[in-house]
Design a protein around this ligand. Structure first.
Ligand code: ADP
Ligand code: MG
Length: 313
């Protein structure tokens, strides 16, 4: 039975233009759950991971708005909150959809920590905007009093930026692997995992940073020895000359061809870039197939009949 790590994009939980009400998120997660259940029905062993940007952003806004009544939580704890809330929705809707198809498979979420290197160059260059927009006075106060980094974001106000270091190791990897091998459907590494650093004596501590969910999905897929890394998003795949008249969606491509396009700069930093990088790393680290496809084509994509399908040769 082939093992599939499915990395869900933001559109699996929230569509463009939605505010993020519980009902909107439930509806989207249920549609996603149907796709996941279909993958299981097709005979795949599935591990699910997902983004958390809008959800953790909203938690941070709640924290700031209630600052005087309830102590705000740091980013690592907010990340854990988002994993729990999204994990719960995934667990329930995936279980319901599986049952509808006559599949009695246990579904569980693992709150996941991801180790990053404390020497990662990202720490000297915080670049990923998080949380709400504020005015200059607030930004200056936070920079002075809390030592945070803030940037002015194209006239829309000031926003905090945090480092986005490279994920190295999934702390809960052994637990995830054991559950997968026992036939459970696992939801893990949400939002790329909670970023932690490890001291020389092995002690973990949470940090104020974010991890790219696609790069963390590669770490997870490689660790559990998955056959396929399937990255589902809101476009049909990876394109060369994206957004220009000569745009061309990539279908079946070899690893070398994809690396050539990457070197030519076809995939944007922060969106398609990390997906392509994740697929390249997965194949370099022993994976068989990497696919980037749109969420509604999940089943075809898993068997290489939709999306950008990357293999070693
Ligand atoms: P997700 O939440 O799924 O990670 P992202 O917004 O991070 O979604 O990445 C998907 C987006 O990447 C697409 O909506 C598209 O606008 C953008 N993109 C940038 N470069 C490319 C490219 N070369 N081919 C396809 N999509 C691209
Ligand atoms: Mg993304």
């Amino acid at each position: 039975m082939a093992t599939l790590v499915v990395a869900l994009g933001g559109n699996a939980i929230l569509q463009r233009g939605e505010r993020g009400t519980a009902e909107e998120q439930r509806k989207n997660v249920d549609i996603t759950a149907q796709q996941i259940a279909l993958l299981v029905k097709q005979g795949h062993r599935v591990v699910v991971t997902h983004g958390n940007g809008p959800q953790v952003g909203n938690i941070m806004i709640q924290n700031e708005a209630a600052r005087d009544q309830v102590p705000p939580m740091p980013m690592d704890i907010a990340g854990a909150e988002s994993q729990g809330m999204i994990g719960y929705m995934m667990q329930m809707y995936i279980r319901n959809r599986l049952r509808e198809m006559g599949l009695d498979i246990p579904v569980a979420t693992i709150i996941t920590q991801t180790i990053v290197d404390s020497e990662d160059p990202a720490f000297s260059n915080p670049s990923k905007p998080v949380g709400p927009f504020y005015d200059r006075a607030w930004a200056e106060k936070r920079m002075k009093e809390a030592g945070e980094t803030w940037i002015e974001d194209s006239g829309r106000g000031w926003r905090r930026v945090v480092p986005s270091p490279d994920p190295k190791f999934i702390v809960e990897g052994p637990s995830i692997k054991a559950l997968v091998e026992a036939g459970h459907l696992v939801v893990a590494s949400g939002g790329g995992g909670i970023p932690v650093i490890m001291s020389p004596d092995g002690k973990l501590s949470g940090i104020e940073a974010v991890i790219d969910k696609d790069l963390a999905a590669e770490r997870l897929a490689t660790y559990i020895g998955a056959d396929t890394l399937l990255i589902l998003t809101d476009v049909p795949g990876a394109a060369v000359n994206f957004g220009t008249p000569s745009q061309r969606w990539l279908g079946k491509v070899s690893l070398e061809e994809l690396e050539r396009y990457q070197a030519e700069g076809h995939f944007r930093k922060g969106s398609m870039g990390p997906k392509v990088e994740a697929i390249i790393r997965f194949l370099r680290n022993g994976g068989q197939t990497g696919v980037i496809a749109s969420l509604d084509r999940a089943v075809d994509a898993a068997s290489g009949r939709a999306g950008t399908v990357v293999t070693k040769t």
